[in-house]
Ligand binder design. Structure first.
Ligand code: PHE
Length: 339
């Protein structure tokens, strides 16, 4: 009967071994049959109590069974090793997932939105124009005739004789006035191009925000008030602005506008070359010749316009010392602006 028991054990072990698909499971089976308290071990231990006549036979059968089992176990171990370990223990469904990398808006887009929001609260709407422009919008309608030396200040890339990449968002002044009657109160953010050699402060592609307000009785005082409010909202409420006489072909009088240096609050530092002031934009009263270009009544209406560089504003506000950082796609820089 011991022989019967051995057969059963072997058959059972074979079945279980086939299902054991990892080393731990095989090891458990090894212990079950061949361990110190294992099934086969028990049989070996029972041999001394058997009648002498049975001892040799049972001993032989038990040894054969032992050899077969050891072979089975060895094979099962090898198979478990070859199989890729799909160990259920290595997958814990309760662990929170790895967060996917999330994008965010570019610091320049953020700055455009910030500036736009400030002007929206003062009744300005956002207008847009194309980046590939006609000479008319970039120059002629803005009181910059062909071959006039002032073209040099707004030089650009040409697609053909009269088609070019706009070098200023002032183009949108003209486009807006051609399509609308006063009152006009718009800002126009967008990309501009100039054949500048790249360095820490120059880029052949950059962004501006234009502003234009036209109505009866719009004065230089309105311009000063609105730009002062803008500077206070954008930088700091204690910021002061000053207007220096300047020249733009499409405004008369024209001014360059400085604000107290946001880095040193006007005390003088390396950012403002120890002057306490930083130039932030160009502005002026719309030149009557521009009104003529778009058919506005220059006797009835007055207006002001201004234009500022977005990169410059962002660099001042966030203390960025190289304009190229905005455009080289280095996420170590950009990821600091998930504002
Ligand atoms: N377009 C001018 C520039 O690019 C800025 C400006 C806009 C000046 C509107 C006056 C009025 O420098």
């Amino acid at each position: 009967m011991v022989q019967e028991r051995l057969k059963e054990l072997l058959a059972e072990a074979e079945k279980l071994m086939a299902k054991a698909d990892n080393k731990d499971a095989v090891e458990r089976l090894r212990v079950k049959y061949l361990g110190r308290k294992g099934e086969l071990t028990k049989i070996f231990k029972s041999i001394p109590d058997l009648p002498d006549s049975q001892k040799p036979l049972v001993g032989k059968s038990a040894n054969i069974a032992k050899n077969k089992l050891e072979k089975l176990i060895k094979e099962a171990f090898q198979q478990a090793e070859e199989k890729p370990q799909a160990s259920p223990a290595s997958f814990d469904p309760t662990i929170p997932g790895a967060p996917p990398p999330l994008g965010h808006i570019h610091p320049l887009t953020h700055t455009i939105e910030e500036v736009s929001d400030i002007f929206r609260t003062m009744g300005f709407t956002v207008a847009e124009g194309p980046e590939v422009e006609k000479d008319w919008y970039n120059f002629e309608a803005l009181n910059i005739p062909p071959d006039h030396p002032s073209r040099d200040d707004f030089d650009t890339f040409y697609v053909s004789d009269h088609i070019l990449l706009r070098s200023q968002t002032s183009t949108v002044q003209i486009r807006t006035m051609e399509k609308n009657e006063p009152p006009v109160r718009i800002i126009a953010p967008g990309r501009c191009f100039r054949p500048d050699t790249e360095d820490a402060r120059h880029s052949a592609m950059f962004h501006q925000i234009e502003g234009l307000m036209v109505d009866e009785n719009v004065s230089f005082g309105d311009l000063k008030a609105i730009l002062h409010i803008f500077a206070r909202e954008f930088f700091h409420e204690d910021v002061e602005v000053r207007f220096r006489p300047s020249f733009f072909p499409f405004t008369e009088p024209s001014a360059e506008v400085d604000c107290t240096c946001p880095v040193c609050s006007g005390d003088g530092c390396s950012t403002c070359s120890y002057s306490g002031w930083l130039e932030i934009l160009g502005a002026g009263m719309v030149d009557p010749n521009v009104f003529d270009s778009v058919g506005f009544d220059k006797e009835k209406y007055t207006g002001f316009a201004f234009g500022m560089g977005i990169e410059r504003l962002a660099m001042l506000k966030y203390r960025i010392n190289d304009i190229r950082l905005f455009f080289n796609g280095d996420t170590r820089f950009l990821s600091q602006f998930s504002l």
